[in-house]
Design a protein around this ligand. Sequence first.
Ligand SMILES: [Zn+2]
Length: 418
Amino acid sequence: MTDRLYYADSYRTTFRARVIERLTLNDSLAVVLDRTAFYPTGGGQPHDTGVLSTLPLRENGVPVLDVVAREEDRAIIHVLSHVEAGDVLSPGDQVQGEIDWSRRFDHMQQHTGQHILSQAFVQTANADTVGFHLSDDYSTIDLNRSTLNDDDVAHAESLANQIVFDNRPVIARFATPEEVADLPLRKPPTVKGSIRIVQIEDFDWAACGGTHVAHTGEVGLIKVVRSERRGDETRITFLCGQRALNHYRTLNTLTRNLAMRLTVGVEELSQTIDRMQAEARAIRKERDRLRELLLDHEAVALVAGAQVMGPVSVVCKIFESREVEEVRRLATRIAAQPGHIALLGLRGEKAQLIFARAADLSYDMRPLLQEACRMVGGGGGGGPELAQGGGPYPVRINDALQHAADMLSRQIERRREA
Ligand SMILES: [Zn+2]
């Protein structure tokens, strides 16, 4: 069993101890000490990092990468960096440990903040915390209610921050089961015997083995940044202290930059974006109208230059780098003229063909298109009035279109002779 120094003093960053076991854990070298200030992953709070140095002190210590608790004998295992560990840190060695304080203090801010926020949700929304997770970027609590609205969240957040402003003492201590029975614990304890209680004066009592600040003021701002329904529960994502400041700084820079780019004040951002979106909609509408107008004119010009084959006028044309939808609309416009047929091609990475005929004609576009598509190495389909297809060989599109025009010309000739 390792004596856990952080239980009594979460502000202790250095300590002296003796190595009592050296082991391998998941291929990594690890040691157990008789006492430690390193917090092991547990209770929603991640482990500490830091260094262990043999005494007398060498130049560099051995980095501690992970810390885990071993249930069966309550030992705390310090997982070490292989490179530096070498053959130092053997059983019996005296060592000095030092934890990464900025990481630890960040965890203390988030964890005490979580206790405050959880109690605030109990008091303002009758919502109990059923899950807690503290990650590198943010923390979450899961509440056993699915109907919380923005106002509910704001009320809980306000109460939580009031508790911070009160700068109330936070005391962690061990209590006997008899004492615990008289305390208004937020959740019934899961362990038997003597229980560690974290108490926020006149506000919250919780069974917890984590590391906490001494006064609520040290938590700094508690800010809920997201609230999302997950089945019967609500997940609250929040930031405390330095993390909340960093987040505020990022958002402030972002909104200021946006406002500067739009040459308006931050307060006017929302209405400015509304206006810009309305303008963009109007411009898109006008663009679509002009595009249609342009297609009308283009169709008129193509019809004017149509090849006359007896009673039928044929527009035969190949386009480069255009949208196929636009070519299709041109074909439809040409075929809207009585007696007209459009044999249009589009030469891009592939060859695409669109054939259309006026409703007053009876020539079937499908066999013409099939034949032309076969020449560009592909196929197509459609109806007798409008057929579309293509193939992978754009270099053959001229010949394919010419072939279709010739076929059509022969059909027209044959009908005239009949
Ligand atoms: Zn806790």
